[in-house]
Design a protein around this ligand. Structure first.
Ligand code: GFB
Length: 309
């Protein structure tokens, strides 16, 4: 439906895990990729974003820029997660409208859904119940982003779409144990435990279930949506099955080759008990993930090893 060839595509957030994966994926398309480093463009500065967009005039914008983090970071820095994300998305979407961007993809998160949404979670579960308290700030910002895209479509007919990725992992992830998501945390913890012969510490009970998608699969889905989707409703970008945090820990240990003891830090929150999305809408558009969880973890671990030298 939408032809990317010859288009100028601005990937906002190109240094992040998702943005960098989208840039890699777009190298296979016949388009020009535009990026802006933090020193050149502060996405929270409305005038700067308007100025940059007026100068560069992209045809397509991918909003992959966001303040992100794991359960503890979300819970510890609520103002940053709400304010920064509202500013980034509002500036990018409004400035895109000013320069007549022809296609915009906004990326949200599966945490937009109610804490106790029926599983697997369909897109129409949005705004049907209370959010998970540990990440309601981030979720509210992302819901506002979806609604911004919808509002420009309704008021101006803009072709702005939203994709909601599940929990992601892959090259370029954040391995800081205080602020990271569970996958990179477990990779680092199991790696460290293997070196020291120590225990592997899992936050919470290990019973929550999560769905994990490799960032390269997510980027492929983003390009698929840019080309094949144009409607008001947001689209889930999931893997299709989930695992418990304990099962994930065991899988990471298997991939890294360590058989030590697992201990639990019960002072840390569990968060949402389960977050498995129904990705039928995306599958019906002809897209499926390609990277199996175990292969994806092995890939992420090899990138982690390269990163720590
Ligand atoms: O990935 P994660 O931080 O975020 O945690 P959420 C997922 C589950 O893993 C929680 C457990 O039950 C954690 O308690 N967990 C076990 C750990 N060990 C660890 C560890 O060492 N580090 C971390 N981080 N978790 C986030 C939201 O929720 O999901 C964000 O806070 C975003 O806003 C993201 O939506 C996708 O899946 O709970």
């Amino acid at each position: 439906m939408f032809d990317l060839s010859g288009k100028r595509v601005f990937v906002a957030g190109h240094r992040g895990m998702v943005g960098s994966a989208v840039v890699r994926r777009l190298a296979g398309e016949n388009c020009e990729v535009l990026t802006a480093g933090r020193a050149d463009l502060d996405l929270m500065d409305q005038a700067a974003v308007r100025g940059w967009m007026a100068r560069e005039k992209p045809d397509v914008v991918v909003v992959a820029a966001a303040k992100v983090g794991g359960i503890l970071a979300n819970n510890t820095y609520p103002a940053d997660f709400l304010y920064n994300n509202l500013m980034i998305e509002a500036n990018l979407i409004e400035a895109s409208h000013r320069v007549d961007v022809g296609k915009l993809l906004f990326l949200g998160s599966s945490c937009i859904y109610p804490k106790f949404a029926p599983q697997p979670i369909t897109e129409d579960a949005l705004l049907t119940g209370p959010l998970e308290p540990t990440n309601e700030w981030y979720a509210i910002a992302k819901i506002a982003g979806i609604k911004l895209c919808e509002s420009y479509r309704v008021q101006y007919g803009s072709d702005y779409i939203s994709g909601m990725p599940t929990n992601l992992y892959g090259p370029g992830d954040n391995y800081n144990l205080e602020t990271s998501h569970v996958m990179p945390a477990l990779i680092r913890k199991v790696h460290n435990a293997k070196q020291s012969g120590g225990t592997v510490e899992v936050w919470g009970t290990g019973t929550p279930r999560r769905e994990f998608l490799h960032a390269d699969d997510c980027a492929d889905a983003c390009v698929h949506l840019l080309k094949n989707y144009s409607a008001q409703e947001h689209v889930n970008i999931g893997f299709g099955s989930d695992v418990s945090i304990l099962e994930l820990t065991q899988l990471v240990m298997e991939v890294i080759g360590y058989d030590g003891e697992i201990v639990h830090d019960l002072s840390k929150p569990d968060g949402t008990p389960r977050k498995l999305m129904d990705s039928t809408r995306l599958h019906n558009l002809g897209w499926k993930p390609k990277i199996a969880l175990k292969d994806g973890i092995a890939d992420a671990y090899s990138h982690f090893l390269q990163e720590i030298g």
